[in-house]
Design a protein around this ligand. Structure first.
Ligand SMILES: *Cc1c(COP(=O)(O)O)cnc(C)c1O
Length: 417
């Protein structure tokens, strides 16, 4: 007899569906929207128009946003280049540096759990004669700094390692990486999309030379991002990948997305003011979610380092549960699974596989991405829902039954078909 609740009571103040996928994108903060609205209508000027007040007004708003972004990461306004998002920022950084420093060398170092915007960019450069080293990660998702030291040679021009991972929330030792790169005279780029606004990021203290960020992961609008490019000690040069009117100091042409840029600036200003208290709140919710599931379920595992982790990330495997059934069972909660839909097949996440997880375990994994607008009541509902469905699915799982009876699955000889 099943005693499992499949449909827990929806607590007061909680409305369904619940959004818990903030690493994919975040809802806009109403304060960001409010700041943007005037720039869609009355203040519609082109920031590059030098001859009238419409242009000056737009330019002033853009320069204020540059300041707001710079302040959040310890940079100066002149070091901020606006882009269409972090995919473009990563492309511009990696291709732009590869092109500019080609005489000096053709070797780039990255690591295996990077976002596709970094990995695919590196792959393309390999076609053009660049050599790329993909560092492995340890079981906790962190790179080994000795691997990095060993990988740098006299042809290395760039190290690109993300600050925090978008699936498992693991935070790399950015300051140590920056130190190693500067000792060896190699440029250090970091995809800091998931870190900026969530944990302290300081390009000076961490010796970061180039940094990618995007508005829509920090409660800003989609389609706008920025690239920080260091101007001194050392001065980094980037070959433009989009040519035209010479905007953004010649590094990225194209009329600026003024409302989007205003939104990105406002999102950074809010993050600067609220990051510390928000992180504490997210960590409390995340810890609660984990504790509830671990209290009521066996064979659950957290993926990636618990210590070096974003406050809003929980990535868990529910072993002996079929991933797709699990997601279907919690269809009023928006989360991500450890499967990536590539063409028609469900591929296990390459990030989870890099940690050494088997395909089955990767498929049974869920990323809970907590954000500014989640509540503790939502966490309780999500915990109830997941606990219910996992128990239910395990009642139907012969594998789980066998494990409970003490049978060692690795010793079984399965009949061949
Ligand atoms: C979302 C994300 C990106 C891509 O950013 P867009 O602005 O959507 O292009 C790049 N890197 C990481 C780590 C991300 O999470």
């Amino acid at each position: 007899m099943s005693t499992v609740t499949m449909n827990p009571v929806v607590p007061e103040g909680v409305s369904l569906p619940i959004y818990m996928d903030n690493h994919a994108t975040s809802p806009m903060d109403p304060r960001v929207l409010e700041a943007m609205i005037p720039y869609f209508s009355g203040k519609f000027g082109n920031a590059a128009s030098r001859n009238h007040s419409f242009g000056w007004e737009a330019e002033q708003a853009v320069e204020q946003a540059r300041e707001q972004i710079a302040r959040l990461i310890g940079a100066t306004a002149k070091e901020i280049i606006f882009t269409s998002g972090a995919t473009e920022s990563n492309n511009l950084a990696i291709k732009g540096i590869a092109e500019m420093y080609r005489e000096r060398g053709n070797h780039i170092i990255t690591q295996v759990t990077e976002h596709k915007a970094v990995l695919d960019t590196c792959k393309r450069l390999e076609k053009y004669g660049y050599r790329v080293t993909y560092l492995p990660v340890k079981a906790d998702g962190l790179i080994d700094l000795d691997d990095l030291r060993r990988a740098i040679d006299d042809k290395t021009i760039l190290v690109t390692i993300m600050s925090a991972n978008n699936e498992i929330g693991v935070v790399q030792p950015v300051a140590e990486i920056g130190k190693i790169c500067h000792e060896k005279g190699v440029i250090f780029h970091t995809d800091a999309v998931q870190a900026v606004g969530k944990i302290p990021v300081d390009v000076q203290a961490m010796q970061i030379d180039v940094l990618s960020l995007t508005a829509h992961k920090i409660y800003g609008p989609k389609g706008v991002g920025a690239l920080y490019v260091r101007r001194r000690n050392p001065r980094v040069q980037i070959a433009s990948q989009i040519d035209g009117g010479g905007h953004e100091r010649g590094m990225r042409s194209g009329t600026l997305n003024v409302p989007g840029i205003v939104g990105l600036g406002k999102a950074c200003e809010i993050a600067m003011q609220e990051m510390a208290t928000e992180a504490e709140r997210l960590r409390a919710m995340r810890d609660h979610l984990r504790a509830r599931m671990e209290a009521e379920l066996d064979y659950v595992e957290v993926n990636g380092s618990w210590k070096h982790r974003l406050p809003g990330n929980l990535n868990m495997s529910f072993i002996y549960v079929e991933g797709e059934s699990l997601l279907m069972g919690i269809n009023d909660v928006a989360v991500s699974s450890g499967s990536a839909c590539t063409s028609a097949t469900l591929e296990p996440s390459y990030v989870l596989k890099a940690l050494g997880l088997g395909d089955d375990v990767a498929h049974s994994s869920i990323r809970f991405g907590l954000g500014r607008f989640n509540t503790m009541a939502e966490c309780d509902y999500v915990a109830d829902k997941v606990i219910g469905i996992v128990k239910k699915l395990r009642e139907l799982s012969p594998l789980y039954e066998m494990v409970k009876e003490g049978i060692d699955l690795s010793k079984i000889e399965w009949a061949a078909h």
